[in-house]
Structure formats: structure tokens, C-alpha cells
Design a protein around this ligand. Sequence first.
Ligand code: HEM
Length: 494
Amino acid sequence: MIFNKIEEYLVYGIAAALLYITWKGISNFLFSPIRHLHLPGPIPAKLTSKWLLMHDLAGHRTEKVHSLHKQFGPVVQVAPNEISFADVACIKDIYGSSTTCIKAPIYSKIGKLGLFQMRDPEQHRARHRRVSPVFAQNILLQLEPLIQEQVGILMDVVERKAGKAFDALHWMRMTALDVAGEILLGKSFDSLKGENPPPYTHYLDNVHLVFALWDLAPWLCFILSRIPLHKFQEFWKAGDYLYEYGDNALRSYIALYGRKSSRYDLLTKLIAGNAAQSISPLTDEEISIEISNEVLAATDTTGNTMAYALYQLCCNPKWQQRLRNELRGSDGREKSWSFQSVQHLPVLHAVIMETLRVYPAVPCGLPRITPPQGTKVGNLFIPGNTPLSMQAFTTQRDPSIFPNADTWDPERWISTLGGTVEMKNALLVWGRGTRICLGQNMAMMEMKIVITRLIERFTIIVASQRTHDDMLITDHFALIPKGGRCEVVFELAK
Ligand code: HEM
């Protein structure tokens, strides 16, 4: 009797859930604020935003959206109220300096409020004015010894491991982490000095997932994060750990060097402000948030890009030899491979640019929303508060600008003397406009120094066929090689 009742309730429950889901889908479709635009797109995307979310969670959002553009054209409806654009001419409308679109609400859920997360243009402008001077090229050149020192430690690791399988993804990440620590926190993580990564990397690995889960199901996360199991607690505290680490680093730095030190790193400059330009320093709390955010922004982006550059040099031995010839034919050696001695070498530049094009570290759409009054994007008028985006992975594979777009071919940057105007316009790898990456000069300097010193000295091949599978792409906002490793073998070059 009691079982019959339970069965009955279960049937009612399932029927109610199905009814709700059907109604939700139909109402999403019928009452979508962008329905009148009659945009092409897959049917499931017009019924529910969960469809794209599933691809996102599976790590294939970027590739899915890219294939939708191939199928449906340059404007695609990817959710009941969300549009993806692929026409390069629209970049300026969505991301350009005079755009009226702002960062989407998701940014306020990614960690603590710093420059990267700020959505209000006024608030961002004020913070940008105080932080961006620190990243100027002339200041970065003064930091070069700190980068060269870390790369020197990397060279010792590679030399020790020459002839054996070497996980280039791991060691490039550790290099980027140690450089970021040295420049932004005032001390390296010393991860290049040990075999095991420092605890920081464990939290770094989890932090994006933790932020994403909080956004998806805050109540469930609240409950799960209170389960008193060590492993659970460790997982959920990823964000807190990274910010605490930054805060402690700032305190130790001030205790060690004071507020006016002669040490050349970005932290010194942030702490000091710039009286000559009437730039007052940020508060200690603001500084600790900025430096914590920046270590996050700097590590996997730069590390993954360097790993993909090395991987492609394995796959293309002719380019590897051409690069080595260029480096050895330059006066770089006499100048201890200083950045200035190699920064304008065309093959080196082309190898880095082509890697940034094919493997943008943030490959997916950078989410924005239109202003309340709506705005024009290309020829379309988009209603207010509509989420929209463009993805670097797609603009940088526009076949009318990059023939054989899926092929890694540095020649396209050499034959055009560093890239045509169209090629440069299609690059979204650093973002665009007022929200463009602040660390691009630092990243370029680091990547050029690392690739120079490794390729000048060593030859590199893949350790086995498995490396090709490992380096297929997945993404969770950032690009993540599928296998989580990139096994290669270095040998001393003749
Ligand atoms: C290959 C390396 C890198 C790539 C491809 C990259 C890419 C990007 C992209 C696409 C954005 C824009 C995000 C958006 O609009 O949503 C961004 C923003 C930012 N990046 Fe990078 N990044 C790299 C390295 C770095 C480094 C080394 C640092 C700092 C040391 C850094 C600091 C920042 C900051 C502070 C922002 C926020 C700028 C703002 O909103 O005003 N990045 N980066």
C-alpha cells in the first residue's frame, strides 16, 4: 500500500518536472529578448542555456562555438539570450576602446575585486590609471635580470634531464610561476628547484573550477564546503589560499625591504605609487588583491603558450633548425641572450605569434553585456543587457585572413614583415580596448627569453606519439592541454 503511494508521488514528481522543463524551454524560446532578430543557431541552444553549459563543463565550449560559426555563419545564437559573433569587423563594437558594452556579471564571481574583475568602467579607469604604469615596457626592461635568473635555473633542470622524458607543460608552468612570484610577489616560489610542485599549484589547479561551481550552484557549494573532510576543505579553500598567499607575501616584502626599496620588481613600484605623476599608492589590501590576481593571470597563460611553442617546434623540426640558425647567427650570445638582443629577430617573433594565434591562452569568448539602452554590433541592433562575445580561437582562424588557418605556420608572419593590418586586427589573444591584457609585454619578454635560451642550446623531439594526443585542446576559460602533460626529450644541440 505504502509503496503504491510512493510510486504514485514519484510519477507525479517526474511528470511535474517534465512539464516544468518543457514549459521553461518553450518560454525561453517564445519570450527570448533576441527572438525578433531571427538569428541562426542550434535548436537546443534556443531552448536552454544549459546546453552550452554542458559543453563548457566537458571542456569543449570553444570548439563547439567554433563549429557553430562554421555551420551557421558569423552571428550565432548560443543560448536563449546570448549571441556569439565571429566577424572581425565587430571586434571594435564589442571590445574596442569606445564600446558601450561592459564585462558580464560572471567577472564579479571570479575571485576578489581587482582590476580584472571590475565591471564599472569608471571604477576600472581609476584603478587602471594607478596600476598600468607599472607594466610599461621601460619598467619591464629593468626587471629582466629577475627573469633571466629564473630561466638560468630552468636551463640547469633541462640539462640535468637531457636525454630523458621531460614534461614541458609542467616545467613551463613552473617557470611562469617562479617568474610571476619573483616579479609580482617579491620572491620566487622556487618550484624550479624541486621535483614536486609547491602546494600553491595544487590550489591554482582547482581555483577556476571552484569559482565556476560557486557561480553554478552557490547553495550546494555552501553546503559541500562545510563537510568536515580534509580533502573537501582543501578543495574549497583554493581561492582563499591564493589570496592569503598574496597577502602574506606583501607583508613579508614590506617587513624585509620596507616601502621604498631599490629592488627592481613590479611590487616595489606598486607599493611606492608615482608622486611625479600624482599617482598615490593603492592600499595594502588593494595591492594584495592585485598581485594575487596577477599571479593567477600570468601563470597558466604564459606557461601553456610556451609549452605549445615547444610542442610545435618538435612537430616542425625545420622551423626548429631555422630558429636555432637565426639565434646563433645573431649577436645574442655576446649579449648573454638579453631580451633586447633577440626581441626583433623575425623567426623567433613569428614562432611566438603563430603559437599565440593557434593556441590563444584564453580561447573562448570574453563575455560582455550590452548597455541598458542596447547597441549596434555590425549591422545589428542588439537589445540592452544581452550577453555577447567573440572568441580568439575563431577570429584567429578566419580563413579569409589566415589561409590554412588550422596549420601552425610561422611563415605567414615573416612574409608579411610581422603581420598585415588585417592579421593584427583579427588577434584577440590579449583581449582588446580598455580591458586589454596588462601583462602582454611581460609575457612576450618572458616567452622570447625562454624559447631563445632553450632552442639555442638544445634540440627537442616528442617523447612518444602520446604527446600529440596529450596536447589536443580543451578549455575552461583558459586553454588546457587535454592530457595535462607534454612529454618531450631535450638533447644538447650540435
Ligand atoms: C601569454 C600570456 C597571456 C595571455 C594570452 C593573456 C590574455 C589576457 C586576456 C585575453 C585578457 C582579457 C580578459 C578579458 O577581457 O576578459 C587579459 C587580461 C589581463 N591580463 Fe593577461 N594574458 C597573459 C599574461 C598576463 C601576464 C603575464 C599578466 C601579469 C603579470 C597578465 C595580467 C592581466 C591583467 C591584469 C588583465 C586585466 C586587464 C584589465 O581588465 O584591465 N596577463 N589577459
